[in-house]
Design a protein. Structure first.
Length: 611
């Protein structure tokens, strides 16, 4: 129930929909039951001639609905005759049916609005929370599973929440209304018919008992299947290159079969509930016909033939809400299982948040410093007691073997991750006392992987900004050496570059990313091996663009090819999470340490390739 009430909170403002829904539903139920109750006076009118119809005594209790209607029917017979009375009764039934359907439409429309509002609030909350989660979360989770929670699981939840509201209110009220009317017609017959209802509920509960567990398994399996699909589409080139198509097909199909088997088993139980409840309903009706018929035949049974037919009609309708309640159990279990997965994602709290009262940093004036900074991933120390000063206007290069901690150090500056020990300051102010938005606005980032979106070149360069002029975007593209190739495309800056920029070459994608960073005009640039994945010609053009980008800016550069950072003001050499050397290119060569060793290794590799 705790999960359900949490999910229900996303239906806010619930009173805006619940109150009209309750009113419309009550009137819909009232008129729906009245339609069937009017059968008694109609049948009485038809089966009795005007001569034998006597005016009945008006009941003392106005809530005695059937005797009241029979009284007015007899008055009409005496005053207007059989034909006119029949017309009045039929007109009354017609009006009751019309009003009942109008109110039913209004109640369903209100419930649909509530369902849409719930979906809107839930999906917005889930997506907003996902966007606030740290990068480390996405490294540990499958993207397909996250996508499944935001899309299909949320969709299941919205129908569960609103559907349950209907089950909690509409169906029980309908059931109660019909039961009251059945008691009014014949309390003896109704008491007998009620004996089988507990048996029916017990049988249905046994059938749907395992549905929640199966529903949870189905959602996990669907998430895995989406993950395999996403990985297959993203890595289609590698899959084909390594002749792994058969392996990928088998992996996906195996999960697909697992998911299908779970759904098949769930369907067995769900579909079994309906025929079982229908059989029990027919058994009840058969028993009622047998017992009720004996009451009609008996002179002192207190049940007329017309009232008995009306009773059968009402009782046939009472099975509909009873069946709806039994069917809803399977949907509720499925929705609660999906809801728990969605709430797990909502409850995943961002590990890095702004402190209360965090200041807004609008400029970079002096330097950034790392003071005894250490970072641990699980049980491994990636950085250990690092001290580093990045002075305004300097180009600082980070070099070292793979796994030395270069990317981790760079990720600390915009607070993508946070150190376990030490602190980082900007102009003497701890970056944890600065809002993340203002801190990141001071930094431009160009990574090894050119991250672009399925949109136009213009929108990719102006990403995240509104009201940017074409002139500003073109100026940024010229600095990034991108303007010429952009103008050579089919629609220039309005050309769509495809998924992840697939219509462009690697060098072109990287220059678009550089143009995006130029347009942001940050005082600090973070460049993470921005040229390592490019061919020689593309590398030269991108490097020229990077040189333009770094002019009059403070830059922290991770270099794979050491030849690109020889002109850096300071070169920091990392090994096993520690700074082992730092200085200029010439001073590090003279020290004959790790940097000299790395230079010699790359020189030997280049010479071997040329040979």
């Amino acid at each position: 129930m705790k999960t359900y009430f949490r999910l229900l909170s996303f239906a806010k403002p619930i009173t805006r929909y619940a109150i009209p829904y309750i009113i419309f539903t009550l009137f819909s139920i009232l008129f729906g039951a009245l339609n069937l109750a009017l059968l008694a006076p109609l049948l009485t009118t038809l089966f009795q001639s005007q001569e034998t119809q006597a005016v009945l005594v008006k009941p003392a209790n106005s809530f005695d609905l059937f005797r009241t209607m029979q009284y007015y029917s007899s008055v009409s017979m005496a005053k207007f005759g059989l034909q006119r009375t029949l017309e009045y009764v039929c007109l009354t039934i017609l009006c009751s049916v019309l009003l009942g359907n109008i109110f039913r439409y209004l109640s369903e429309r209100t419930m649909e609005n509530l369902r849409i509002q719930t979906l809107l609030n839930l999906r917005r909350t889930v997506f907003n929370n996902v966007m606030d989660l740290p990068l480390s979360y996405f490294n540990n989770e499958r993207k397909g599973d996250i996508m499944a929670k935001i899309s299909s699981d949320v969709q299941v939840v919205q129908y569960t929440v609103t559907g349950t509201l209907q089950v909690i209110f509409k169906e029980p009220v309908t059931l109660l209304t019909y039961l009251v009317m059945l008691f009014i017609i014949s309390y003896k017959l109704t008491l007998v018919s009620m004996l089988i209802i507990p048996l029916s509920a017990f049988v249905i509960s046994r059938i749907v008992k395992k549905l929640k567990k199966q529903a949870m398994e189905s959602h996990w399996s669907y998430g895995n299947m989406l993950s395999y699909l996403e990985e297959a589409l993203s890595g289609i080139k590698i899959i084909k290159a390594f002749n792994a198509t058969t392996f990928i097909k088998q992996r996906f199909n195996k999960e697909n079969e697992t998911y299908s088997n779970i759904i098949r088993n769930m369907a067995k139980r769900q579909q079994l509930a309906s025929p079982v409840s229908e059989f029990l309903g027919i058994a009840m009706v058969s028993g009622i016909v047998l017992y009720g018929g004996s009451l009609v035949v008996a002179k002192d049974g207190g049940l007329s033939a017309a009232a008995f037919i009306a009773y059968i009609a009402l009782f046939s309708q009472i099975m509909r809400p009873a069946k709806a309640i039994s069917d809803s159990f399977s949907n509720i279990h499925n929705g609660i299982a999906a809801g728990e997965r969605v709430l797990d994602l909502i409850d995943e709290k961002p590990g890095i948040v702004d402190r209360p009262g965090a200041a807004t940093k609008t400029s970079f004036e002096e330097e950034m410093q790392l003071e005894n900074v250490s970072f641990q991933y699980k049980e491994k120390w990636v950085l250990q007691r690092v001290n580093l000063s990045i002075v305004k206007g300097q180009t600082v290069a980070l070099v070292g073997p793979s796994g030395a901690g270069k990317s981790t150090l760079m990720d600390l500056l915009p607070r993508f991750i946070e150190p376990q020990e030490g602190r980082i300051t900007i102009d003497g102010q701890d970056i944890q006392t600065v809002t993340m938005e203002s801190l990141r606005s001071l930094m431009g980032i160009v990574t090894q992987d050119a991250i672009l979106f399925n949109d136009t070149i213009f929108n990719n360069i102006a990403f995240g900004k509104t009201g940017i002029s074409r002139e500003s975007v073109e100026a940024a593209a010229r600095i990034a050496n991108a303007h010429e190739f952009i103008m050579a495309t089919e629609k220039g800056y309005d050309t769509n570059i495809g998924d992840k920029g697939g219509k462009l070459s690697g060098g072109q994608r990287q220059r678009i990313c550089i143009a995006r960073a130029v347009l942001n005009n940050p005082p600090i640039m973070l460049l993470d091996e921005a040229t390592s994945a490019l061919d020689t010609e593309s590398e030269k053009m991108v490097q020229d663009a990077l040189n333009n980008l770094m002019k009059n800016r403070t830059s922290l550069v991770i270099a794979h090819r050491l030849s690109t950072v020889q002109s850096a003001d300071v070169i920091i050499v990392l090994d096993n999470g520690r700074i082992v050397e730092q200085g200029t290119h010439q001073s590090l060569l003279l020290s004959n340490g790790l940097y000299k060793k790395l230079i010699d290794m790359q020189t030997f590799q280049i010479a071997t390739v040329d040979a």
